[in-house]
Structures are given as C-alpha cells and as structure tokens.
Design a protein around this ligand. Structure first.
Ligand code: SF4
Ligand code: SF4
Length: 374
C-alpha cells in the first residue's frame, strides 16, 4: 500500500462505520483523531528527521516537556470533547520514563491508540506491557532490508538488528506491527527487498512514502536533499516495487472532478500537540493555535486564531486559485503544512514537492495508458 505520510490523512480507516463517524466529526469539528508528540528526544538520529533534538541537548529538552499530570489533563479534556483516537509519537516515545503511565491513562479514558517507535528500547518486558495495553498498531520505520543502509540512515550501528528483535517481540505478544518506509535517494533501489522482508516477517502491513518533510526548526534544506527527483519518482512508480493493488496512484481524476475533491483537513477532525504543549492543526502545519499550559484545550480548539480560520476555509482544491487551473490536479496530493514549511509563508500557492510527485505520476500514467493501447 502507498501512503502519503501524515497521521491525519491516514484517517480513521476505510470501514463504513468509521467513515460515518469521521464525516460527523468533520461536520461538527470534533477533535476525534489527535496526534501527541510526547518528546523530540530520540536514541536514533535519522538523517531526514523533521524534529529530532540533537544529542547533548536532551536534558534541556526534557525539562521543557509537558509532565505526566499535564498530559493526563489534556487527555481528559480531549476525551470530554469526543476524542477517542490518539497517536503517540516522538522523537522516540520510549525515552520518556512515564510513557506507560501516559498510555495507561489514555486507556482508562477509553482512547484507542497507536504508537510510533523505532523499537530500540523495546525490551521483552516493555513489549509485554505494551501488548497488555492493546494498541491498535505499533508502527516502526524500516529503511532497508540491508542493515548497513538502515543503520546509515538512523546513524545508530546495530539499529536494524534491534528493530528486527522489536518486531519479533511484538509479534510474539500478538501486537499488530505496522512497518513504514520513507523512500529516499539512499534506499530507492531497496524497496522490493523491504517489501519481501515485511512479508517474511508476516507483519500487519507495510507502507511507504516518497515524501520527506522539512524540519520544523526552519532548516528546510536539510532533509530535502534526500527527496527523490521527478525522474527518480518515475523510476520508482514504474518499478515492480510499487504494489499493483494501488492503481489509484496513477488514475488521475478528470480536472472537473479533481477540483471538487476535499483537501486534507488540518484542525478539522484532529490536530497535533507538541511536547511543549503547543497545539497545531496537524503535524506539519506549524501555525500555533495556543498552548495547553496557558489555556484549556477546549478553549484553544474552539477559538482558533485568524490564520487557522483562514486554513479552515480551504476545504476543496477549488478553494485554491493555482490548483483550480492546474493540469496536474488529478494526480496531486498536496500537503498544506509541508508547503508552509518549505515556502515560509504563502501555503495556498502550488506545493512544488507535491507537483514533482504529481508530474511523475502523470508521466507513468501516460506510459501505462500508451502500453494499454498498444
Ligand atoms: S501541482 Fe501545485 S498547483 Fe497543481 S494541484 Fe498540486 S499543489 Fe496545486
Ligand atoms: S497539511 Fe499535510 S500533514 Fe497536515 S493534514 Fe494535510 S497532508 Fe496531513
């Protein structure tokens, strides 16, 4: 399966009951699906990471993080507003000593949850404890089936071996393991092997994305140098690595239909809270809505600042002038947040990275169409 990278866009599942709930939540602007970044500290230092705290600055970062009591209060407030689905991510969540206390509190409040982890700190005892708290999925990144390539991206020798141990432990405890791959220049040619490995490991699912998000600290050029070029995207989309069960990737909708597609929905049925309490419309759209240390979550959610009201007014591609007249609209899955980070402003304009991906899909679509007629 192909994925486009964000927890919010990943949504609440494709099943009909969940879709109905999501539609109602969107209509009422209920924060159903929240993303909580518990820390930016990490025991890996992935070259492309959008948020990681540099080694040596962990203590300073930890001192600023929300405490367990603050997080528990926010979870209570979110639950009272109808939230029932939370993603815990980092950094690396397991570097927080109170990680299990936080998850236990979320479960007491009735949240379904998923966890993003690199697996490095997942001891047998932690795997057992996590399984007992019944996550929907535990999601781990795998960059290559070649340990040397994976370790070069995480910058931690032995991280691949520890990832494999974590997967085995989680599976042994009956946890649904979800593997994810960011395809970049360094691992472009290794995707078939990763997919084969995922099948051998018998994980719940494996997805990949080609989108490398900018860093949230303003260093937009750091991770982007790993992003595939348009020609490399064409190579990937044309290869046998792409699952054949995802033809929609190449089936560009006619422009008149594509213009009326909804865009992604930051701050509509969910949002993101960073480790320091700032609420954002989603993981990528880094315009602060407020901070839970200063105002209640309800107050922040229900009284968004003007910039967020402007964002909420954009619901369809037709609300964006450049997109409305774009020849690639049927192939485009733009990300307002990444566009904001890349441009440092004017996020309604064309998202150039999405354009490269859309152009690559269109080229492959033409190749496949011509082959079909031949
Ligand atoms: S390629 Fe640019 S202008 Fe076209 S639909 Fe995508 S973001 Fe909009
Ligand atoms: S702006 Fe980007 S990260 Fe945010 S919801 Fe849209 S696609 Fe997802």
């Amino acid at each position: 399966m192909f994925f486009d990278g964000c927890a919010q866009n990943g949504g609440l599942g494709g099943e009909s009951v969940m879709q109905l709930i999501a539609v109602k939540a969107e209509a009422r602007r209920t924060p159903l699906n929240m993303h909580m970044e518990l820390t930016y500290r990490c025991n890996e230092q992935c070259v492309h990471c959008y948020c990681v705290v540099e080694h040596g600055r962990e203590a300073e970062a930890a001192a600023r993080e929300l405490t367990y009591d603050e997080i528990a209060r926010v979870l209570d407030e979110m639950a009272a507003m109808g939230a029932f689905y939370v993603t815990f991510s980092g950094g690396e969540v397991l570097v927080r000593r109170d990680f299990f206390d936080i998850v236990e509190h979320a479960r007491r409040r009735g949240f379904a949850y998923r966890v993003y982890t690199n697996g490095i700190g997942l001891t047998e005892e932690r795997a057992r404890r996590l399984a007992a708290l019944e996550p929907l999925t535990v999601e781990l990144s795998i960059f290559s089936a070649d340990p040397a390539v994976h370790d070069a991206i995480t910058r931690v020798p032995g991280s691949f071996a520890r990832l494999m141990t974590a997967v085995a432990r989680l599976k042994a405890h009956g946890v649904r393991v979800y593997l994810k791959t960011v395809v970049m220049k360094q691992n472009l040619h290794g995707l078939p092997e990763v997919r084969a490995l995922a099948r051998t490991l018998d994980v719940f699912t494996h997805t990949f994305t080609c989108e490398v998000s900018p860093r949230i600290d303003g260093d937009i050029h750091g991770p982007s140098k790993y992003q595939l070029s348009e020609d490399e995207l064409v190579e990937l989309f044309s290869s046998d690595a792409l699952p054949k069960e995802t033809p929609e990737v190449f089936e560009g909708a006619p422009p008149e239909v594509a213009r009326e597609r909804t865009t992604c929905g930051p701050a509509v049925n969910g949002g993101c809270i960073d480790p320091y309490g700032t609420v954002f419309p989603c993981v990528a759209f880094r315009v602060p809505m407020g901070n839970v240390r200063q105002r209640s979550f309800r107050d922040i959610w229900e009284g968004p600042p003007p910039a967020i009201r402007d964002l909420l007014a954009v619901q369809h591609f037709s609300d964006l002038p450049e997109c409305s007249s774009c020849e690639l609209i049927g192939f485009c899955t733009r990300c307002h947040g990444d566009n904001l980070l890349e441009r440092g402003g004017d996020w309604k304009a064309c998202h150039q990275r999405a354009r490269a991906t859309a152009a690559a899909k269109e080229r492959v679509y033409q190749i496949v169409s011509r082959a079909g007629k031949g």
